[in-house]
Ligand binder design. Sequence first.
Ligand SMILES: *Cc1c(COP(=O)(O)O)cnc(C)c1O
Length: 346
Amino acid sequence: MSARVEVDLEALADNLRAIRDRVAPAAHMLVVKDDAYGHGLVPVVRQARAEGVGWFGAFDVETGIAVRAETADARIFSWLIASRAEAAAGIEAGLDLGVGDAELLEDVADAAATAGRPAQVHLKIDTGLHRNGIRPERWPQVVARAAELERRGLISVVGIWSHIGEASDADDDASRAVFDAAVADAHAAGLRPRVRHLSASAASFARPEFRYDLTRVGAFAYGIRSADGPAEESLGLRPVARVVAPVTSVSADGVTIGIGFLDGLVSGLAGRLEVVTPAGARILRAVEPDAATVAVWPGAAVGDDVVVLGAGATTFTTAAEQIATIGEEIAVRLSPRLPRRYASRA
Ligand SMILES: *Cc1c(COP(=O)(O)O)cnc(C)c1O
């Protein structure tokens, strides 16, 4: 068999249940950007729907529309809306649209007028990360305008949201204070947003006061822990994916496996990463375009499987820590040319 990404949908289902229990009574929005963190959008969405996940975080409108093709009734949140045409397409598909600037709010309202149906809007306050979002000094003006557009039937403000750094508790607390003030301003302007959402994986698990009504959890659903964060097991999670490559040649110098940096295997892992061979752990020695080399083991044979990364081997986050990145990055870099193989308890 060729190199592949094996995705354990049963582990995903278990993680989704663990998240649901952990964040309740808040709901879980499963973040599925970047092809569900490299795990494959459609199978992940299907499994999540079977588990009763009611919200999806799709990042861009195109992904939101792809999720909509899988589910008529889930709420789908897209927060990258690049043009008025995209806003129109999002409204058409019944997406919830994240709006982080005043001009986009006007575009969305115009698109809704053309579509003849109100846009479901989540207004984003910039709570300090400066990654788009309405600045606090402009917020009162924007919520007043949103209330007017709502009265005219063009938009429905269903959410207030922001994104936090999750790197320091003190910074996150400061962001939360800005967020609470923004929600109060929205109410004062006459808006009645039903969902407030602020946290991603780490704060959703560690800090109950950040959960509000909805938690946007991606990485933990795939069993990818935070860098320097608690271990997967202690969070009640397990890795969902693993990268497996077959032995393609054996010599006295080393064993070649059929995966390389053109498949997204990060070459910086050479010399550091322990992979799991039939004879146990071995160091990955070199990563070339289409192949990688591992120290030889007794009895190595062409066709043997080597678990390169993920479940049952070095986790994505542990590998990422060796090269100063994050686990999600390792997962999303895996090339689409590596087939994804899905296993579930049938
Ligand atoms: C990616 C993303 C998330 C999910 O973050 P995780 O740490 O993977 O849970 C949540 N919100 C926004 C806005 C994101 O871009």
